[in-house]
Design a protein around this ligand. Structure first.
Ligand code: PLP
Length: 412
């Protein structure tokens, strides 16, 4: 028989969400009263969208499927994506600042983050915000760029963790960046919900240039930004085109978590150390191991980027932001501080609540016991997440209101 890929063996067990599901099962089994509607367990734990597709965007998907059934409208492989969708993405998100061959349509941001690592191979070091969205670390392990740390050490060898804490305003100390590393950076951040300012991203781009690094910028939540002073894309920062790649997605703004559609921008200015084009390599990699996103999904994406679709995206994000505001207010009433408090509003669907001195799993258990509410323990996103809890605003409004009422039980 064949041996297992040692990179897979190096992965830490997918511990967080299975463990949460297990605790939920055990809790409901030992608390029969949770079968009653008023005592049911409500989840503020997952980052999955819950509201139906808005009508105009949905019609775009239906129309896309209809077209494929006609001789004039049929299309097969689309390589890097429908040209009109790439043009529209450039116009809507980048003020036309990219040609269509710099925009690659994908089946989602997570999938592209995993594939992008093929460009840099196993020999690189990765620098990752701590806490962070798990695919940056796990993808680095799978490609062999990171491996299990020695006994008694946390994290992985090959990964430089950049703590983002209340003390540093959830923006990392860039002096810790090693030379020649691949930086993963997410803003608005999952899990902290914090959006980096223009000054902070300017410092990030400068550090990437100074240290010969490449940034993979994850902007999956950019449409949640309401403060016009905050940048929605790394490419709003001068100099980013020669040091950054950006991934983005229709999942969270348009409810496409199950439809699957995203995009990646690889500027032609971005070059490897040896001067070769990263854009040309990405085209090669995409054409080799990915044959393009579903054409139906792409017609849905086109509808989403028409004026009516953009209005629906704004309304959908506003809905989840409304949920986030309810959660933040409930926690504030209890004197629990959250990342971004006092910054003047919510720009993210996540609330990152601080319980100083406490273990994240203990707080998770307390909230489950007292409120019958599922959350996500911050320590599951990295060592610096200890003592934090992530509340997700993806849920129906009635569930949010009920969960927020119950959170008052945490007081006293
Ligand atoms: N990036 C971040 C930060 C996310 O939180 C998520 C999903 O939760 C993704 C990417 C994945 O997006 P997609 O559905 O486009 O794969």
């Amino acid at each position: 028989m064949l041996h297992r890929n040692p990179c897979i063996a190096s992965l830490k067990a997918g511990y967080l969400f299975p463990e949460i599901a297990k605790r939920r099962r055990e809790f409901t089994a030992s608390h029969p009263e949770t079968a009653k509607p008023e005592n049911r367990v409500i989840s503020l734990g997952v980052g999955n969208t819950t509201e139906p597709l808005p009508p105009h965007i949905n019609r775009g998907l239906i129309e896309g499927a209809r077209r494929l059934g006609t001789a004039e409208g049929y299309s097969g492989y689309q390589d890097e994506g429908l040209p009109e969708l790439r043009e529209r993405i450039s116009a809507v998100f980048y003020r036309g600042g990219f040609t269509i061959d710099e925009i690659f349509i994908s089946d989602g941001a997570q999938c592209d983050i995993g594939r992008l690592q093929l460009l840099f191979g196993a020999g690189i070091q990765a620098a990752i915000q701590d806490p962070s969205y798990p695919v940056y670390v796990d993808g680095s392990v799978l490609i062999g760029a990171a491996s299990a740390a020695s006994e008694g050490q946390t994290g992985y060898r090959g990964i430089v963790y950049l703590p983002c804490t209340a003390e540093n305003g959830f923006f990392p100390d860039l002096s810790r960046l090693p030379e020649h590393c691949l930086i993963y950076f997410c803003s608005p951040n999952n899990p902290t919900g914090v959006v980096s300012t223009r000054e902070q991203l300017t410092a990030l781009v400068k550090a990437a240039h100074d240290k010969n690094c490449v940034i993979i910028f994850d902007a999956a939540y950019s449409e949640y930004i309401r403060d016009p002073a905050l940048p929605k894309s790394i490419f709003e920062i001068e100099g980013a085109k020669s040091c950054a790649i950006e991934v983005n997605s229709f999942s969270k703004p348009a409810g496409f978590t199950g439809v699957r559609l995203g995009w990646t921008v690889v500027p032609k200015e971005l070059k490897y150390e040896g001067g070769e084009s990263v854009n040309a390599d990405w085209s090669r990699v995409s054409g080799t191991i990915f044959n393009g996103a579903s054409n139906i999904a792409q017609y849905g994406g086109l509808a989403a980027l028409e004026p009516e679709g953009l209005r629906e995206i704004r309304e959908l994000c506003d809905f989840y932001l409304g949920n986030a505001a309810l959660i933040r207010e409930s926690l504030q009433k209890l004197g629990i501080s959250c990342a971004g408090d006092g910054r003047g509003g919510n720009d993210s669907p996540y609330i990152w609540a601080h319980f100083p001195g406490r273990d994240s799993w203990d707080v998770f258990n307390e909230i489950l016991e007292k409120c019958h509410v599922i959350t996500t323990p911050g320590s599951g996103f990295g060592p610096a997440g200890q003592s934090f809890i992530r509340f997700s605003s993806f849920g129906h409004r009635a569930d949010m209101e009920e969960a927020c009422r119950r959170l008052s039980r945490l007081g006293g």
